[in-house]
Design a protein around this ligand. Sequence first.
Ligand code: NAD
Length: 260
Amino acid sequence: MQLVGSSALVVGGAGGLGAATVRRLVAAGAMVVIADLAEDAGSALAAELGDHAVFVKTDVLSEDSLGEAILAATDMAPLRVSVDTHGGPGGGRTLDREGNPLAFDTFMQVVQIFLHGTFNVLRLTASAMSRNDPDPETGERGVIVNTASIAGYEGTIGQVAYGAAKGGIIGMTLPAARDLSVVGIRVGTIAPGVFATPAYGQSLDAIEAEWGPMVPFPKRMGQPNEYARMAMAIIENPYFNGETIRLDAGIRFQTKGSRS
Ligand SMILES: NC(=O)c1ccc[n+]([C@@H]2O[C@H](COP(=O)([O-])OP(=O)(O)OC[C@H]3O[C@@H](n4cnc5c(N)ncnc54)[C@H](O)[C@@H]3O)[C@@H](O)[C@H]2O)c1
């Protein structure tokens, strides 16, 4: 994938994993749209990166706002890369200690933001990419990277909604790649283990002390830049398609575990 002369959309680009990906894409020569709900963090990152990045306030559930973000990208250069790292709400247990069921709205909201939001980004970016000229060397028109979680395979207590949503992202990866093969767009998904980001709502030292020792090797949380390196590997390798790759240093969640 030729990044110089291309634009890239990073949804959730103001967050931990997203911002690291934005930095790598800019360093590789792409023009990047930071598409995120967080205005202050997104604008500050765009200002720091200068001419190669712009911020567009974006909600993954809004076709209009995603459309504006995509337009901002295609105004700069053909959109050839989309990386979706948006976050969302936590869930809860199927039943609480008193036997009350998880609110149906809570379940639906988690699935809507993580799963439906991911498909919204995928379908709209794929449509824009399908209008690109194919890369003369690889035939590619674009590449889309989704973010699942190892909770999509082994969700812990309290992750019934999050696990369902992330499992859905894993499940859509192959059929989406098959659908988009006809237009030369690849789809890959990263399933991170535990990464040190603001998503945990605690200081990085506190989360490292809690989760780092549970990781086999290296015995620490992942760094956002390590997620970004995997995203770049998917983007740059024309033979990677239709697969979800765990990036977890060997951790397997047990019954009780991380909120990731
Ligand atoms: N950090 C981890 O350990 C970990 C592990 C597994 C999976 N993940 C997944 O990786 C992704 C990124 O996580 P992170 O740790 O970087 O989180 P983060 O909280 O640091 O960043 C998430 C970003 O998404 C943005 N966002 C939230 N809702 C949005 C919406 N509706 N539309 C657009 N943007 C929205 C937030 O403003 C934020 O900037 C998430 O999908 C998360 O589930 C993270």
